[in-house]
Design a protein around this ligand. Structure first.
Ligand code: AMP
Ligand code: GLY
Length: 422
């Protein structure tokens, strides 16, 4: 089977690595890929957002199955276009992907079907938004409606920040058209957890839980990033939390989407805030998380191709998905300055010195004059699996010490919340 993976970050390297283990897969292409992916697949110079070029490539190479990593092509309708051309592709349709593409739509569907989430109000006028916040007060959370690469969310603890956020999102349009509508939300407190699930539109099979580390610096300080590390499973997701997340959130959401004529097939990602044993939705994503995919797929025992086929054929209830009874963590090595401006082209040393049971997933790397250099804010994801979280942490950080590039920084406390609980 010939497979095409769309995207070029750490998540996509993990998908390629996992697909490579499938006896069903004969050839893997990745568009656009990166320097690490190039060691395991054929990279194709097509942007993940260039749907016509991806479609032409898939037809030309007679690709049997396409797997989409990032959200942008999904919300732009890549699945609909491939299916219309008779090609097999894994992921939700454009209509179903709106639960990530529009925060207003996500809040509305949750409200209609009683899915637990923060209270909210929606605005199309900055004056009305300002007046509402003035009255309802702070703290509050302000979110641009559309996709903003994880940056369109501002947590305001004081009125000046809240009012500045209204201006930034709606008037200055710092996130472009994503800011045409604004969601103002109640601030939730507790501990975050990511629960991803496979679904064929009827059956929902949750994966092992995971926890992202969104802030740039240790102890959850500094600006929000795409994610500086993750581990799985997450002890905050007790059996009761897992059960409630499945029964009160994931299953109702998949049923709701079907009822609305937007049947969801693919990976559904619920970003949750857990207080006590009660989970509430912070956001839905329509794909694997990055960096959650790195530890989660490291623990997946089953063949990913078998699961994807069961999803596409609507028989997810007939397969048994197996997980390793272990723990896994991913530590992201980032470029100085990220998530703001950073320099590229720094030579990466020590990549070949990591022990065999550690996987270094590439996120933002390129090859230049025979050397691997940095080409993104998140550069590498050092991922280790062990019998438990402490063992995985110790292995991962030992491997991190072997790698260096100018301006490299990383969090030293990935997994700490899991240790604090045990
Ligand atoms: P989102 O992209 O909606 O997940 O928001 C990014 C991050 O902002 C989340 O991972 C949370 O850390 C935080 N966040 C979003 N919404 C809320 C909320 N209602 N209460 C508290 N924190 C939130
Ligand atoms: N790690 C957060 C995300 O993938 O959206």
């Amino acid at each position: 089977m010939k497979v095409l993976v769309v995207g070029g970050g750490g998540r996509e390297h993990t998908l390629v690595w996992k697909l490579k283990q499938s006896p069903r897969v004969t050839e893997i292409f990745c568009a656009p890929g990166n320097a690490g992916i190039a060691r395991q697949a054929t990279c194709v110079k097509i942007s993940a957002e260039d749907i016509p070029a991806l479609l032409a490539f898939a037809k030309d190479k007679a690709i049997d199955l396409t797997l989409v990593g990032p959200e942008a092509p999904l919300t732009a309708g890549i699945v609909d276009e491939f299916q219309a051309a008779g090609l097999k592709i894994f992921g939700p349709s454009r209509a179903a992907a709106e639960i990530e593409g529009s925060k207003v739509y996500a809040k509305e569907i949750m409200a209609r079907y009683g899915i637990p989430t923060a209270g909210y109000a929606v605005f199309t006028s900055p004056e009305e938004a300002s007046a509402y916040i003035q009255k309802s007060g702070v703290p509050c959370v302000l979110k641009a409606d559309g996709l903003a690469a994880g940056k369109g969310v501002i947590i305001a603890n004081d009125m000046a920040t809240a009012q500045a956020a209204v201006k930034s999102i709606m008037v200055d349009r710092d996130f472009g058209e994503a800011g045409a509508r604004l969601v103002v939300e109640e601030l939730l407190t507790g501990e975050e957890v990511s629960i991803l699930a496979f679904t064929d539109g009827d059956t929902v099979v949750p994966m092992v839980s995971s926890q992202d580390h969104k802030r740039a610096y240790d102890h959850d300080e500094g600006p929000n990033t795409g994610g500086m590390g993750a581990y799985a499973p997450a002890p905050v997701c007790t059996p009761e939390v897992a059960l409630r997340a499945t029964e009160e959130i994931l299953i109702p959401m998949v049923r709701a989407l079907k009822a609305e004529g937007r049947t969801y097939r693919g990976v559904i990602y619920a970003g949750l805030m857990v207080s006590g044993q009660a989970p509430k939705v912070l956001e839905f994503n329509v794909r694997f998380g990055d960096p959650e995919a790195q530890p989660v797929l490291s623990l997946l025992e089953s063949d990913l191709v078998e699961i994807m086929e069961a999803v596409l054929e609507g028989r997810l209830d007939q397969i048994d998905i197996k997980w390793k009874n272990q723990a896994s963590i991913c530590v992201v090595l980032a470029s100085k300055g990220y998530p703001g401006a950073y320099e590229k082209g720094k030579v990466i040393y020590g990549l070949d010195e990591t022990p065999g049971d550690i996987t270094v997933f590439h996120a933002g790397t390129a090859e230049k004059d025979g050397q691997i250099v940095t080409s993104g804010g998140r550069v590498l994801g050092v991922t280790a699996t062990g019998p438990d979280i402490p063992a995985a942490i110790s292995k991962a950080y030992t491997a991190v010490e072997q790698i260096r590039f100018e301006g490299m920084y990383y969090r030293r406390d990935i997994g700490q919340k899991a240790l604090n609980r045990s």
